[in-house]
Design a protein around this ligand. Sequence first.
Ligand SMILES: Cc1cc2nc3c(=O)[nH]c(=O)nc-3n(C[C@H](O)[C@H](O)[C@H](O)COP(=O)(O)O)c2cc1C
Length: 247
Amino acid sequence: MKNNDLIDLLKSHRSIRTFTNQQVTDLVVDEIIESGRWAPTSHHVQAYSIIVIKDKEKKKELATLAGNQSYVATCPVFFVICADFYRLKQASDKHGQAFEIGEQEQALVGAVDAALVAQNMLIAARSYDLGGVMIGGIRNDPDAVSKVLGLPQLTFPVMGLCIGYPAQNPEQKPRLPQRAVVHKEKYNQTKIKEAIDEYDQVMKSYYYERTKGKRSDTWSQLMAQFLSTPKRPQVGDFLKKQGFLSK
Ligand SMILES: Cc1cc2nc3c(=O)[nH]c(=O)nc-3n(C[C@H](O)[C@H](O)[C@H](O)COP(=O)(O)O)c2cc1C
């Protein structure tokens, strides 16, 4: 692949939620996993695990637990990428060392490692003309998800990833302008308000066109609404139960 092909692939990202019936071969699934496995990892801890789910009933169950997201059931292959310190505990035990993961730092490390793996997997899938979407809804009921997947202590599901051959061709969702997210040498607070105003107009037109006039929300309206209520308060308790955030 030429460099520009990779850049084009990255810049043409869209989440895909509708899939054809075409199955993904084991060889391709394996290559997607291998690409995930080569993600960089904090301090070489490799604090993640990938659960591969193809079983129809299990996907259905997870679709319900993820907030009735039907594409979790209809995608040919669903991955759950977990933060995982279970292996690391075994490494510590092997050497009779104390095992300190009570600080928030290690929960962050696990979540970041899992996210890097997941993004590598999605990009690898796209190189095979597959498409997909990440599923944060997998954290809606982490207790139940853990039971379905048999997740041990010292692990938690970070995100799901639906993968399959696209049966839709959605428009790309516009991103914040570069000047809203990039700062030269130092954070510049003064440009943010204007950049939001500009982006609000872009997103308003995007929703208007996408819904043939039914919706014309601005980005700031949607974000304000989204952030006006606590999100997944159960996650904190679950992480504590799993051995994280004890301090
Ligand atoms: C960590 C993460 C979790 C996500 N969870 C969900 C989800 O549960 N359901 C869903 O439909 N999309 C989910 N998405 C997809 C986002 O909604 C999507 O990436 C965003 O709206 C931008 O759209 P695009 O990916 O098509 O550009 C998730 C994305 C990420 C990165």
